[in-house]
Design a protein. Structure first.
Length: 635
Protein backbone atom coordinates (compact mmCIF):
# COMPACT_ATOMS: atom_id res chain seq x y z
CA UNK A 1 0.00 0.00 0.00
CA UNK A 2 1.26 3.48 -0.86
CA UNK A 3 1.97 5.96 1.93
CA UNK A 4 0.88 9.53 2.66
CA UNK A 5 3.91 10.89 0.85
CA UNK A 6 2.33 9.77 -2.43
CA UNK A 7 -1.31 10.47 -1.60
CA UNK A 8 -2.21 12.36 1.60
CA UNK A 9 -5.70 10.80 1.51
CA UNK A 10 -4.43 7.21 1.66
CA UNK A 11 -5.77 6.52 5.18
CA UNK A 12 -9.31 7.36 4.10
CA UNK A 13 -8.86 5.47 0.82
CA UNK A 14 -7.52 2.40 2.64
CA UNK A 15 -10.60 2.40 4.84
CA UNK A 16 -12.79 2.68 1.75
CA UNK A 17 -11.00 -0.19 0.01
CA UNK A 18 -11.84 -2.57 2.86
CA UNK A 19 -15.56 -2.13 2.19
CA UNK A 20 -15.62 -2.59 -1.60
CA UNK A 21 -17.37 -5.86 -2.60
CA UNK A 22 -15.86 -8.64 -4.69
CA UNK A 23 -18.49 -8.27 -7.42
CA UNK A 24 -18.55 -7.18 -11.04
CA UNK A 25 -19.20 -3.51 -11.51
CA UNK A 26 -17.94 -0.04 -12.34
CA UNK A 27 -15.72 2.18 -10.20
CA UNK A 28 -15.13 5.95 -10.30
CA UNK A 29 -12.08 7.78 -8.96
CA UNK A 30 -12.88 11.28 -7.64
CA UNK A 31 -10.49 14.16 -6.93
CA UNK A 32 -10.51 16.59 -4.00
CA UNK A 33 -13.28 18.65 -5.67
CA UNK A 34 -15.52 15.62 -6.07
CA UNK A 35 -14.95 15.54 -9.81
CA UNK A 36 -14.84 12.16 -11.55
CA UNK A 37 -11.34 11.78 -13.01
CA UNK A 38 -11.45 8.11 -14.04
CA UNK A 39 -14.10 5.48 -14.74
CA UNK A 40 -13.29 1.80 -15.04
CA UNK A 41 -14.96 -1.60 -15.02
CA UNK A 42 -13.97 -4.76 -13.18
CA UNK A 43 -14.88 -8.40 -12.87
CA UNK A 44 -13.89 -8.13 -9.19
CA UNK A 45 -14.20 -4.58 -7.85
CA UNK A 46 -12.28 -5.25 -4.63
CA UNK A 47 -9.26 -6.71 -6.41
CA UNK A 48 -9.17 -4.21 -9.27
CA UNK A 49 -9.58 -1.01 -7.25
CA UNK A 50 -7.10 -2.12 -4.58
CA UNK A 51 -4.48 -2.82 -7.26
CA UNK A 52 -4.11 0.92 -7.96
CA UNK A 53 -2.67 1.55 -4.51
CA UNK A 54 -0.09 -1.24 -4.28
CA UNK A 55 3.26 -1.74 -6.06
CA UNK A 56 3.35 1.97 -6.91
CA UNK A 57 6.86 1.81 -8.38
CA UNK A 58 5.70 -0.66 -11.05
CA UNK A 59 2.92 1.62 -12.32
CA UNK A 60 3.03 3.64 -15.53
CA UNK A 61 3.46 7.45 -15.28
CA UNK A 62 -0.21 7.96 -16.12
CA UNK A 63 -1.39 5.63 -13.35
CA UNK A 64 1.00 7.28 -10.88
CA UNK A 65 -0.52 10.67 -11.67
CA UNK A 66 -4.00 9.24 -11.22
CA UNK A 67 -3.15 7.58 -7.90
CA UNK A 68 -1.70 10.84 -6.54
CA UNK A 69 -4.95 12.68 -7.40
CA UNK A 70 -7.55 10.25 -6.04
CA UNK A 71 -9.45 11.52 -3.01
CA UNK A 72 -12.47 9.20 -2.97
CA UNK A 73 -13.84 6.13 -4.75
CA UNK A 74 -17.40 5.34 -5.84
CA UNK A 75 -18.55 1.89 -7.01
CA UNK A 76 -21.67 0.51 -8.68
CA UNK A 77 -22.42 -3.22 -8.60
CA UNK A 78 -23.94 -4.76 -11.74
CA UNK A 79 -25.11 -8.23 -12.69
CA UNK A 80 -22.58 -9.17 -15.38
CA UNK A 81 -19.40 -7.98 -17.09
CA UNK A 82 -21.48 -6.97 -20.13
CA UNK A 83 -23.56 -4.63 -17.96
CA UNK A 84 -20.30 -3.22 -16.54
CA UNK A 85 -19.06 -2.44 -20.05
CA UNK A 86 -22.27 -0.64 -20.93
CA UNK A 87 -22.38 1.39 -17.72
CA UNK A 88 -18.69 2.29 -18.04
CA UNK A 89 -19.31 3.68 -21.52
CA UNK A 90 -22.31 5.71 -20.35
CA UNK A 91 -20.43 7.22 -17.42
CA UNK A 92 -17.40 8.11 -19.54
CA UNK A 93 -19.61 9.97 -21.99
CA UNK A 94 -21.41 11.69 -19.12
CA UNK A 95 -18.39 12.83 -17.08
CA UNK A 96 -15.61 13.00 -19.71
CA UNK A 97 -13.01 11.99 -17.08
CA UNK A 98 -9.52 13.39 -17.51
CA UNK A 99 -7.77 10.01 -17.43
CA UNK A 100 -10.20 8.27 -19.82
CA UNK A 101 -9.06 10.36 -22.79
CA UNK A 102 -8.56 7.30 -25.02
CA UNK A 103 -12.13 6.17 -24.37
CA UNK A 104 -13.96 9.42 -25.12
CA UNK A 105 -15.85 8.53 -28.28
CA UNK A 106 -19.20 9.24 -29.83
CA UNK A 107 -19.77 5.93 -31.53
CA UNK A 108 -23.17 4.31 -31.20
CA UNK A 109 -23.16 0.79 -29.87
CA UNK A 110 -24.73 -1.85 -32.12
CA UNK A 111 -28.16 -3.43 -31.77
CA UNK A 112 -29.82 -6.56 -33.08
CA UNK A 113 -33.18 -6.05 -34.74
CA UNK A 114 -35.90 -8.62 -35.44
CA UNK A 115 -37.58 -7.04 -38.44
CA UNK A 116 -41.32 -6.50 -38.63
CA UNK A 117 -42.07 -8.85 -41.58
CA UNK A 118 -44.15 -12.00 -42.06
CA UNK A 119 -40.81 -13.84 -42.32
CA UNK A 120 -38.63 -11.69 -39.99
CA UNK A 121 -34.87 -11.44 -40.15
CA UNK A 122 -32.26 -10.86 -37.45
CA UNK A 123 -30.16 -7.87 -38.51
CA UNK A 124 -27.18 -5.94 -37.15
CA UNK A 125 -27.57 -2.17 -37.01
CA UNK A 126 -26.18 0.91 -35.28
CA UNK A 127 -29.12 3.16 -36.18
CA UNK A 128 -32.78 2.57 -35.45
CA UNK A 129 -33.99 3.05 -39.02
CA UNK A 130 -35.48 -0.42 -39.45
CA UNK A 131 -39.03 -1.30 -38.47
CA UNK A 132 -38.92 -4.02 -35.86
CA UNK A 133 -37.95 -4.97 -32.31
CA UNK A 134 -34.49 -3.90 -31.10
CA UNK A 135 -32.23 -5.63 -28.57
CA UNK A 136 -29.10 -4.17 -27.04
CA UNK A 137 -27.07 -2.05 -26.99
CA UNK A 138 -24.13 -4.43 -27.07
CA UNK A 139 -20.82 -3.13 -25.71
CA UNK A 140 -18.68 -4.19 -28.68
CA UNK A 141 -18.75 -6.05 -31.94
CA UNK A 142 -17.04 -9.11 -30.46
CA UNK A 143 -19.87 -9.77 -28.02
CA UNK A 144 -22.47 -9.21 -30.73
CA UNK A 145 -20.72 -11.55 -33.19
CA UNK A 146 -20.48 -14.18 -30.46
CA UNK A 147 -24.21 -13.89 -29.80
CA UNK A 148 -25.07 -14.08 -33.50
CA UNK A 149 -22.87 -17.14 -33.85
CA UNK A 150 -24.67 -18.88 -30.97
CA UNK A 151 -28.08 -18.08 -32.46
CA UNK A 152 -26.94 -19.23 -35.91
CA UNK A 153 -25.81 -22.57 -34.45
CA UNK A 154 -29.12 -23.00 -32.64
CA UNK A 155 -31.64 -21.93 -35.30
CA UNK A 156 -32.17 -21.60 -39.05
CA UNK A 157 -33.41 -18.23 -40.26
CA UNK A 158 -33.18 -16.21 -43.44
CA UNK A 159 -30.75 -13.32 -44.04
CA UNK A 160 -31.73 -12.42 -47.62
CA UNK A 161 -34.02 -9.63 -48.87
CA UNK A 162 -35.98 -9.18 -52.05
CA UNK A 163 -35.05 -6.66 -54.70
CA UNK A 164 -38.14 -4.48 -55.27
CA UNK A 165 -40.03 -5.49 -58.41
CA UNK A 166 -37.75 -8.34 -59.42
CA UNK A 167 -39.52 -11.23 -57.72
CA UNK A 168 -36.10 -12.67 -56.87
CA UNK A 169 -34.29 -13.22 -53.59
CA UNK A 170 -30.64 -12.29 -53.24
CA UNK A 171 -28.14 -12.63 -50.43
CA UNK A 172 -27.55 -9.18 -48.98
CA UNK A 173 -27.90 -6.85 -46.03
CA UNK A 174 -30.20 -3.97 -45.09
CA UNK A 175 -27.80 -2.55 -42.54
CA UNK A 176 -28.79 1.06 -41.98
CA UNK A 177 -31.48 0.97 -44.75
CA UNK A 178 -35.27 1.19 -44.71
CA UNK A 179 -36.92 -2.14 -45.60
CA UNK A 180 -38.56 -2.25 -49.06
CA UNK A 181 -42.28 -2.73 -49.37
CA UNK A 182 -43.02 -6.35 -50.42
CA UNK A 183 -46.05 -8.53 -51.09
CA UNK A 184 -46.29 -11.84 -49.20
CA UNK A 185 -46.43 -14.83 -49.25
CA UNK A 186 -42.95 -15.11 -50.65
CA UNK A 187 -42.61 -16.28 -54.26
CA UNK A 188 -41.41 -19.81 -54.77
CA UNK A 189 -37.80 -19.78 -56.01
CA UNK A 190 -34.85 -22.11 -55.98
CA UNK A 191 -33.22 -22.35 -52.51
CA UNK A 192 -29.88 -20.61 -52.15
CA UNK A 193 -26.58 -21.97 -50.85
CA UNK A 194 -27.45 -21.15 -47.22
CA UNK A 195 -30.24 -23.70 -47.28
CA UNK A 196 -27.90 -26.32 -48.71
CA UNK A 197 -25.39 -25.83 -45.85
CA UNK A 198 -28.09 -25.89 -43.17
CA UNK A 199 -28.29 -22.20 -42.22
CA UNK A 200 -31.79 -21.49 -43.56
CA UNK A 201 -35.03 -23.47 -43.83
CA UNK A 202 -35.77 -21.85 -47.22
CA UNK A 203 -39.25 -20.42 -46.56
CA UNK A 204 -38.82 -18.55 -49.86
CA UNK A 205 -38.93 -21.88 -51.66
CA UNK A 206 -41.90 -23.14 -49.68
CA UNK A 207 -39.78 -25.62 -47.70
CA UNK A 208 -40.68 -24.10 -44.32
CA UNK A 209 -44.14 -22.98 -43.22
CA UNK A 210 -44.75 -19.53 -41.85
CA UNK A 211 -45.95 -20.95 -38.51
CA UNK A 212 -42.77 -23.02 -38.12
CA UNK A 213 -40.62 -20.03 -39.10
CA UNK A 214 -42.39 -17.75 -36.63
CA UNK A 215 -41.81 -20.34 -33.87
CA UNK A 216 -38.08 -20.17 -34.64
CA UNK A 217 -38.10 -16.37 -34.50
CA UNK A 218 -39.96 -16.48 -31.19
CA UNK A 219 -37.22 -18.70 -29.73
CA UNK A 220 -34.58 -16.22 -30.95
CA UNK A 221 -36.58 -13.42 -29.33
CA UNK A 222 -36.57 -15.35 -26.04
CA UNK A 223 -32.78 -15.62 -26.10
CA UNK A 224 -32.32 -11.93 -26.82
CA UNK A 225 -34.66 -11.02 -23.95
CA UNK A 226 -32.91 -13.40 -21.57
CA UNK A 227 -35.96 -15.69 -21.23
CA UNK A 228 -34.20 -19.05 -21.32
CA UNK A 229 -36.40 -21.22 -19.09
CA UNK A 230 -39.02 -22.56 -21.53
CA UNK A 231 -36.49 -22.85 -24.37
CA UNK A 232 -34.07 -24.88 -22.24
CA UNK A 233 -36.92 -27.15 -21.14
CA UNK A 234 -38.02 -27.67 -24.77
CA UNK A 235 -34.47 -28.57 -25.86
CA UNK A 236 -34.10 -31.02 -22.97
CA UNK A 237 -37.40 -32.74 -23.84
CA UNK A 238 -36.39 -33.01 -27.49
CA UNK A 239 -32.95 -34.38 -26.54
CA UNK A 240 -34.38 -37.04 -24.21
CA UNK A 241 -37.02 -38.02 -26.80
CA UNK A 242 -34.39 -38.38 -29.52
CA UNK A 243 -32.22 -40.52 -27.26
CA UNK A 244 -35.18 -42.73 -26.31
CA UNK A 245 -35.89 -43.30 -30.02
CA UNK A 246 -32.20 -44.19 -30.57
CA UNK A 247 -31.68 -41.07 -32.69
CA UNK A 248 -28.35 -40.46 -31.04
CA UNK A 249 -26.89 -38.08 -33.65
CA UNK A 250 -29.90 -35.82 -33.34
CA UNK A 251 -29.68 -36.04 -29.53
CA UNK A 252 -26.01 -35.03 -29.68
CA UNK A 253 -26.85 -31.97 -31.79
CA UNK A 254 -29.55 -30.98 -29.29
CA UNK A 255 -27.13 -31.53 -26.41
CA UNK A 256 -24.60 -29.20 -28.05
CA UNK A 257 -27.26 -26.54 -28.54
CA UNK A 258 -28.34 -26.93 -24.93
CA UNK A 259 -24.76 -26.46 -23.74
CA UNK A 260 -24.30 -23.33 -25.88
CA UNK A 261 -27.50 -21.83 -24.54
CA UNK A 262 -26.67 -22.60 -20.90
CA UNK A 263 -23.17 -21.14 -21.31
CA UNK A 264 -24.50 -17.92 -22.80
CA UNK A 265 -27.27 -17.66 -20.19
CA UNK A 266 -24.71 -17.82 -17.36
CA UNK A 267 -22.96 -14.60 -18.43
CA UNK A 268 -25.41 -12.45 -20.37
CA UNK A 269 -28.28 -10.15 -19.43
CA UNK A 270 -29.73 -7.57 -21.81
CA UNK A 271 -32.50 -5.11 -21.00
CA UNK A 272 -35.03 -4.53 -23.75
CA UNK A 273 -34.62 -1.18 -25.48
CA UNK A 274 -38.36 -0.58 -25.06
CA UNK A 275 -37.45 0.47 -21.51
CA UNK A 276 -36.90 3.90 -23.02
CA UNK A 277 -36.57 6.34 -20.11
CA UNK A 278 -37.18 5.36 -16.49
CA UNK A 279 -35.82 6.12 -13.04
CA UNK A 280 -35.29 3.36 -10.49
CA UNK A 281 -34.92 3.86 -6.74
CA UNK A 282 -34.62 1.51 -3.79
CA UNK A 283 -34.11 2.08 -0.07
CA UNK A 284 -33.03 0.13 2.99
CA UNK A 285 -33.79 1.60 6.41
CA UNK A 286 -32.14 0.98 9.76
CA UNK A 287 -34.18 1.03 12.94
CA UNK A 288 -33.18 3.35 15.74
CA UNK A 289 -31.30 1.45 18.43
CA UNK A 290 -32.30 1.20 22.07
CA UNK A 291 -29.44 3.52 22.97
CA UNK A 292 -30.98 6.28 20.94
CA UNK A 293 -28.34 6.23 18.22
CA UNK A 294 -29.48 8.12 15.15
CA UNK A 295 -30.80 5.71 12.54
CA UNK A 296 -29.79 5.73 8.90
CA UNK A 297 -31.24 4.78 5.54
CA UNK A 298 -29.42 3.87 2.36
CA UNK A 299 -30.71 4.78 -1.08
CA UNK A 300 -29.74 3.73 -4.61
CA UNK A 301 -30.89 5.72 -7.62
CA UNK A 302 -30.46 4.67 -11.28
CA UNK A 303 -31.41 6.12 -14.62
CA UNK A 304 -32.08 3.84 -17.60
CA UNK A 305 -32.48 5.00 -21.20
CA UNK A 306 -33.04 2.73 -24.19
CA UNK A 307 -32.11 -0.39 -22.24
CA UNK A 308 -28.82 0.94 -20.81
CA UNK A 309 -28.04 2.19 -17.30
CA UNK A 310 -26.60 5.67 -17.79
CA UNK A 311 -26.38 6.84 -14.19
CA UNK A 312 -26.22 5.22 -10.77
CA UNK A 313 -25.49 6.64 -7.34
CA UNK A 314 -25.90 5.44 -3.75
CA UNK A 315 -26.27 7.70 -0.71
CA UNK A 316 -26.51 7.39 3.04
CA UNK A 317 -29.26 9.44 4.71
CA UNK A 318 -29.29 10.30 8.41
CA UNK A 319 -32.80 10.25 9.85
CA UNK A 320 -33.65 13.33 11.90
CA UNK A 321 -37.20 12.59 13.07
CA UNK A 322 -37.40 8.80 12.73
CA UNK A 323 -39.08 9.14 9.32
CA UNK A 324 -40.43 6.11 7.51
CA UNK A 325 -38.82 4.92 4.29
CA UNK A 326 -41.77 6.27 2.28
CA UNK A 327 -41.44 9.70 3.93
CA UNK A 328 -37.72 9.77 3.16
CA UNK A 329 -38.29 8.89 -0.51
CA UNK A 330 -40.87 11.66 -0.84
CA UNK A 331 -38.06 14.11 0.01
CA UNK A 332 -35.22 12.35 -1.78
CA UNK A 333 -36.83 11.56 -5.15
CA UNK A 334 -37.35 15.17 -6.31
CA UNK A 335 -33.79 16.06 -5.31
CA UNK A 336 -32.22 13.12 -7.18
CA UNK A 337 -34.54 13.63 -10.16
CA UNK A 338 -33.39 17.25 -10.47
CA UNK A 339 -29.69 16.62 -9.76
CA UNK A 340 -29.47 13.95 -12.49
CA UNK A 341 -31.39 16.13 -15.01
CA UNK A 342 -33.76 13.22 -15.53
CA UNK A 343 -36.40 13.41 -18.24
CA UNK A 344 -38.16 10.22 -17.13
CA UNK A 345 -41.88 10.30 -16.38
CA UNK A 346 -41.88 6.81 -14.86
CA UNK A 347 -40.16 5.74 -11.64
CA UNK A 348 -39.81 2.13 -10.50
CA UNK A 349 -40.19 1.75 -6.72
CA UNK A 350 -40.25 -1.13 -4.22
CA UNK A 351 -43.42 0.38 -2.66
CA UNK A 352 -45.77 3.31 -3.15
CA UNK A 353 -44.79 6.81 -2.00
CA UNK A 354 -48.10 8.53 -1.24
CA UNK A 355 -46.60 11.96 -0.50
CA UNK A 356 -45.35 12.52 -4.05
CA UNK A 357 -47.58 15.03 -5.92
CA UNK A 358 -50.13 13.56 -8.29
CA UNK A 359 -48.87 13.66 -11.86
CA UNK A 360 -45.25 14.34 -10.83
CA UNK A 361 -44.04 10.84 -11.77
CA UNK A 362 -45.85 7.65 -12.68
CA UNK A 363 -45.05 5.21 -9.87
CA UNK A 364 -44.49 1.59 -10.87
CA UNK A 365 -44.47 -0.48 -7.66
CA UNK A 366 -45.16 -3.85 -9.24
CA UNK A 367 -42.74 -4.01 -12.18
CA UNK A 368 -42.50 -7.02 -14.45
CA UNK A 369 -40.00 -8.35 -16.93
CA UNK A 370 -37.07 -6.04 -17.64
CA UNK A 371 -38.35 -3.40 -15.23
CA UNK A 372 -38.28 -6.00 -12.49
CA UNK A 373 -34.66 -6.77 -13.38
CA UNK A 374 -33.78 -3.10 -12.96
CA UNK A 375 -35.39 -2.92 -9.52
CA UNK A 376 -33.59 -6.09 -8.43
CA UNK A 377 -30.28 -4.61 -9.61
CA UNK A 378 -30.95 -1.40 -7.67
CA UNK A 379 -31.75 -3.46 -4.56
CA UNK A 380 -28.46 -5.34 -4.98
CA UNK A 381 -26.60 -2.04 -5.16
CA UNK A 382 -28.26 -0.53 -2.09
CA UNK A 383 -27.62 -3.70 -0.07
CA UNK A 384 -23.98 -3.69 -1.14
CA UNK A 385 -23.66 0.01 -0.28
CA UNK A 386 -25.28 -0.55 3.12
CA UNK A 387 -22.77 -3.29 3.95
CA UNK A 388 -19.90 -1.01 2.94
CA UNK A 389 -21.14 1.79 5.19
CA UNK A 390 -21.73 -0.49 8.19
CA UNK A 391 -18.32 -2.10 7.71
CA UNK A 392 -16.68 1.30 7.59
CA UNK A 393 -18.48 2.40 10.77
CA UNK A 394 -17.34 -0.79 12.49
CA UNK A 395 -13.75 -0.06 11.53
CA UNK A 396 -14.06 3.46 12.93
CA UNK A 397 -15.62 2.51 16.24
CA UNK A 398 -14.83 0.40 19.27
CA UNK A 399 -12.02 -2.11 18.98
CA UNK A 400 -11.76 -1.52 15.24
CA UNK A 401 -11.17 2.22 15.54
CA UNK A 402 -8.20 3.82 13.87
CA UNK A 403 -6.03 2.17 16.43
CA UNK A 404 -2.71 3.69 17.38
CA UNK A 405 0.38 1.80 16.37
CA UNK A 406 1.10 0.96 19.99
CA UNK A 407 -2.33 -0.53 20.52
CA UNK A 408 -2.00 -2.72 17.44
CA UNK A 409 1.46 -3.82 18.53
CA UNK A 410 0.11 -4.72 21.96
CA UNK A 411 -2.42 -6.97 20.30
CA UNK A 412 0.34 -8.47 18.16
CA UNK A 413 2.42 -9.14 21.28
CA UNK A 414 -0.50 -10.99 22.85
CA UNK A 415 -1.32 -12.97 19.69
CA UNK A 416 2.30 -14.14 19.26
CA UNK A 417 3.06 -14.48 22.99
CA UNK A 418 6.10 -12.22 22.63
CA UNK A 419 8.24 -11.33 25.65
CA UNK A 420 8.08 -7.61 24.87
CA UNK A 421 6.14 -5.11 22.79
CA UNK A 422 7.27 -5.51 19.14
CA UNK A 423 8.13 -1.85 18.61
CA UNK A 424 10.85 -2.77 16.10
CA UNK A 425 9.88 -5.24 13.34
CA UNK A 426 12.14 -6.26 10.48
CA UNK A 427 11.08 -8.11 7.34
CA UNK A 428 13.07 -9.57 4.40
CA UNK A 429 12.24 -10.41 0.79
CA UNK A 430 14.32 -11.87 -2.06
CA UNK A 431 14.16 -10.87 -5.72
CA UNK A 432 15.71 -12.39 -8.85
CA UNK A 433 14.83 -13.57 -12.34
CA UNK A 434 15.73 -17.26 -12.67
CA UNK A 435 18.76 -16.63 -10.48
CA UNK A 436 19.98 -13.55 -12.38
CA UNK A 437 20.87 -10.42 -10.39
CA UNK A 438 19.83 -11.95 -7.04
CA UNK A 439 19.22 -9.40 -4.29
CA UNK A 440 17.31 -9.08 -1.03
CA UNK A 441 15.73 -6.17 0.77
CA UNK A 442 15.02 -5.55 4.43
CA UNK A 443 12.61 -3.00 5.89
CA UNK A 444 12.17 -1.93 9.50
CA UNK A 445 8.92 -0.66 11.03
CA UNK A 446 9.25 1.31 14.26
CA UNK A 447 6.09 1.78 16.29
CA UNK A 448 4.02 0.48 13.38
CA UNK A 449 5.46 2.96 10.87
CA UNK A 450 8.20 2.54 8.23
CA UNK A 451 11.66 3.60 9.41
CA UNK A 452 13.36 4.17 6.06
CA UNK A 453 16.68 5.12 7.57
CA UNK A 454 17.04 1.52 8.72
CA UNK A 455 16.17 -0.11 5.37
CA UNK A 456 18.96 -2.33 4.04
CA UNK A 457 19.90 -3.79 0.64
CA UNK A 458 21.77 -7.07 0.16
CA UNK A 459 23.54 -8.43 -2.91
CA UNK A 460 23.38 -12.23 -2.75
CA UNK A 461 27.01 -13.41 -2.78
CA UNK A 462 27.13 -17.14 -2.01
CA UNK A 463 24.06 -18.58 -3.75
CA UNK A 464 24.08 -19.89 -7.33
CA UNK A 465 20.78 -20.03 -9.18
CA UNK A 466 17.23 -19.25 -7.99
CA UNK A 467 17.32 -20.63 -4.42
CA UNK A 468 15.14 -18.46 -2.17
CA UNK A 469 15.79 -20.55 0.94
CA UNK A 470 19.57 -20.30 0.65
CA UNK A 471 19.30 -16.58 -0.15
CA UNK A 472 17.18 -16.04 2.94
CA UNK A 473 19.72 -17.94 5.07
CA UNK A 474 22.56 -15.81 3.72
CA UNK A 475 21.01 -12.41 4.35
CA UNK A 476 19.69 -13.32 7.81
CA UNK A 477 23.11 -14.61 8.77
CA UNK A 478 24.80 -11.46 7.50
CA UNK A 479 22.26 -9.18 9.17
CA UNK A 480 22.23 -10.66 12.66
CA UNK A 481 25.73 -12.13 13.06
CA UNK A 482 27.16 -8.79 14.21
CA UNK A 483 24.07 -6.70 14.98
CA UNK A 484 24.19 -5.52 18.59
CA UNK A 485 20.66 -4.15 18.98
CA UNK A 486 18.21 -6.80 17.76
CA UNK A 487 14.66 -5.94 16.66
CA UNK A 488 11.71 -7.24 18.68
CA UNK A 489 10.34 -9.43 15.88
CA UNK A 490 11.48 -10.92 12.56
CA UNK A 491 8.59 -11.15 10.08
CA UNK A 492 9.25 -13.63 7.26
CA UNK A 493 7.44 -13.36 3.93
CA UNK A 494 7.19 -16.84 2.44
CA UNK A 495 5.37 -19.27 4.71
CA UNK A 496 6.61 -22.27 6.67
CA UNK A 497 9.68 -23.05 4.53
CA UNK A 498 11.16 -19.59 4.90
CA UNK A 499 10.31 -19.56 8.61
CA UNK A 500 12.19 -22.82 9.15
CA UNK A 501 15.21 -21.52 7.28
CA UNK A 502 15.26 -18.37 9.42
CA UNK A 503 14.88 -20.42 12.63
CA UNK A 504 17.80 -22.69 11.74
CA UNK A 505 20.13 -19.75 11.10
CA UNK A 506 19.09 -17.80 14.17
CA UNK A 507 18.83 -20.65 16.65
CA UNK A 508 21.31 -23.29 15.44
CA UNK A 509 24.06 -21.10 13.93
CA UNK A 510 23.84 -17.72 15.65
CA UNK A 511 22.17 -18.82 18.91
CA UNK A 512 20.03 -15.70 18.63
CA UNK A 513 16.72 -15.48 20.60
CA UNK A 514 14.96 -13.27 18.05
CA UNK A 515 11.20 -14.21 17.78
CA UNK A 516 9.98 -15.21 14.30
CA UNK A 517 6.57 -14.93 12.63
CA UNK A 518 5.57 -15.57 9.03
CA UNK A 519 2.96 -14.55 6.47
CA UNK A 520 1.54 -17.32 4.27
CA UNK A 521 -0.43 -17.15 1.04
CA UNK A 522 -3.36 -19.25 -0.19
CA UNK A 523 -3.74 -21.03 -3.54
CA UNK A 524 -4.71 -17.71 -5.16
CA UNK A 525 -1.38 -16.20 -4.04
CA UNK A 526 -3.09 -13.89 -1.56
CA UNK A 527 -1.82 -13.50 1.99
CA UNK A 528 -4.45 -14.99 4.29
CA UNK A 529 -2.83 -16.14 7.57
CA UNK A 530 -0.20 -15.33 10.17
CA UNK A 531 2.13 -18.11 11.38
CA UNK A 532 4.17 -18.39 14.58
CA UNK A 533 6.12 -20.96 16.64
CA UNK A 534 4.70 -22.50 19.80
CA UNK A 535 6.78 -23.46 22.84
CA UNK A 536 7.88 -26.72 21.18
CA UNK A 537 8.93 -24.94 17.95
CA UNK A 538 5.94 -26.25 16.01
CA UNK A 539 4.42 -23.83 13.52
CA UNK A 540 0.87 -22.75 14.38
CA UNK A 541 -1.68 -20.45 12.72
CA UNK A 542 -2.50 -17.29 14.65
CA UNK A 543 -6.22 -16.53 14.63
CA UNK A 544 -6.39 -13.05 13.10
CA UNK A 545 -9.03 -12.29 10.47
CA UNK A 546 -7.78 -10.87 7.15
CA UNK A 547 -10.16 -7.91 7.71
CA UNK A 548 -8.57 -7.04 11.07
CA UNK A 549 -6.55 -3.76 11.18
CA UNK A 550 -3.70 -5.72 12.77
CA UNK A 551 -3.58 -8.01 9.75
CA UNK A 552 -3.57 -4.97 7.47
CA UNK A 553 -0.53 -3.63 9.32
CA UNK A 554 1.33 -6.89 8.65
CA UNK A 555 0.25 -6.80 5.00
CA UNK A 556 1.58 -3.26 4.75
CA UNK A 557 4.97 -4.42 6.01
CA UNK A 558 4.88 -7.25 3.49
CA UNK A 559 3.97 -4.93 0.60
CA UNK A 560 6.68 -2.48 1.58
CA UNK A 561 9.49 -5.04 1.69
CA UNK A 562 8.32 -6.50 -1.61
CA UNK A 563 8.35 -3.04 -3.21
CA UNK A 564 11.78 -2.25 -1.77
CA UNK A 565 13.34 -5.52 -2.95
CA UNK A 566 11.79 -5.29 -6.43
CA UNK A 567 13.02 -1.71 -6.86
CA UNK A 568 16.55 -2.69 -5.83
CA UNK A 569 16.47 -5.63 -8.24
CA UNK A 570 15.33 -3.44 -11.13
CA UNK A 571 18.08 -0.92 -10.45
CA UNK A 572 20.72 -3.63 -10.38
CA UNK A 573 19.35 -5.27 -13.51
CA UNK A 574 19.43 -1.95 -15.36
CA UNK A 575 23.01 -1.32 -14.33
CA UNK A 576 23.92 -4.89 -15.25
CA UNK A 577 22.51 -4.42 -18.72
CA UNK A 578 24.56 -1.27 -19.09
CA UNK A 579 27.77 -2.96 -17.95
CA UNK A 580 27.50 -5.87 -20.36
CA UNK A 581 27.21 -3.54 -23.36
CA UNK A 582 30.72 -2.01 -23.27
CA UNK A 583 32.49 -3.04 -20.09
CA UNK A 584 32.90 -6.60 -21.40
CA UNK A 585 35.71 -5.15 -23.53
CA UNK A 586 39.05 -5.78 -21.84
CA UNK A 587 40.54 -2.51 -20.63
CA UNK A 588 37.24 -0.58 -20.69
CA UNK A 589 35.76 0.27 -17.32
CA UNK A 590 32.36 1.52 -16.27
CA UNK A 591 33.39 5.20 -16.35
CA UNK A 592 34.68 4.99 -19.93
CA UNK A 593 31.56 3.17 -21.04
CA UNK A 594 29.42 5.78 -19.30
CA UNK A 595 31.29 8.61 -21.04
CA UNK A 596 30.75 6.97 -24.44
CA UNK A 597 27.05 6.45 -23.89
CA UNK A 598 26.62 9.96 -22.56
CA UNK A 599 28.30 11.42 -25.65
CA UNK A 600 26.87 9.19 -28.40
CA UNK A 601 23.58 8.01 -26.88
CA UNK A 602 23.72 4.24 -27.41
CA UNK A 603 26.04 1.33 -28.11
CA UNK A 604 24.79 1.23 -31.69
CA UNK A 605 25.79 4.87 -32.17
CA UNK A 606 29.20 4.14 -30.62
CA UNK A 607 29.68 1.37 -33.17
CA UNK A 608 28.90 3.79 -36.02
CA UNK A 609 31.66 6.22 -34.99
CA UNK A 610 35.03 6.42 -36.70
CA UNK A 611 38.26 5.73 -34.86
CA UNK A 612 38.99 9.47 -34.90
CA UNK A 613 35.65 10.25 -33.25
CA UNK A 614 36.30 7.70 -30.52
CA UNK A 615 39.80 9.06 -30.01
CA UNK A 616 38.40 12.53 -29.45
CA UNK A 617 36.06 11.12 -26.81
CA UNK A 618 38.26 8.74 -24.78
CA UNK A 619 41.81 8.97 -26.09
CA UNK A 620 43.73 6.88 -28.65
CA UNK A 621 44.51 3.78 -26.56
CA UNK A 622 40.97 3.11 -25.32
CA UNK A 623 39.49 4.20 -28.64
CA UNK A 624 41.50 1.47 -30.42
CA UNK A 625 40.24 -1.15 -27.91
CA UNK A 626 36.61 -0.14 -28.40
CA UNK A 627 36.86 0.20 -32.17
CA UNK A 628 38.53 -3.19 -32.62
CA UNK A 629 36.06 -4.92 -30.29
CA UNK A 630 32.99 -3.48 -32.00
CA UNK A 631 34.30 -4.01 -35.55
CA UNK A 632 36.26 -7.19 -35.07
CA UNK A 633 33.92 -9.23 -37.24
CA UNK A 634 34.73 -6.93 -40.17
CA UNK A 635 38.49 -7.08 -39.82
Amino acid sequence: MIDAGINPNIDRIALRLKTIPESPGVYQHLDADGKVIYVGKARNLQRRVSSYFTHYEDKSPKIKMLVRSVCDIRVTVVATEIDALLLENSLIKRYQPRYNSMLKDDKTYPYLCITDEPYPRLLYTRRKTLKGQYFGPYPNGRILRELQDIIRQLFQYRTCDRTVGSGQWVVGSTRGQTLPTTNYPLPTVRPCMKHQIGLCGAPCAGLQSQADYQATIENIRRILKGDFGDLLDDLKRQMYAAAADLRFEEAEVLKRKLHLLEEYQSRSTVVDTKVADVDVISILGDDQSATGTTAYAWVNYMRCKHGAIIYSISNEVKKQLDESDAELLATIIPTLHEQSHSTAREIILPFAVPDLPDGYLQQNTNPRGDRRKLLELSLRNVESFRKQCLHQKALLSGEHASESGERLLARLQKALALPSLPMEIECFDNSNIQGAYPVAGMVRFSGGKPNRKEYRKFNIKTVEGPDDYASMAEVIGRRYSKLEQLPDLLLVDGGEGQMEMARRVLRDELHCPLPIAGLAKNDNHRTDRLLAYDADYHIRTVQIKPTDPLFHLLERIQDEVHRFAITFHKDKRSKGTFRTSLTDIDGIGEKTAHDLLLRFGSVKQVQLQTLADLTDAIGPAKARLVYDALHGEHD
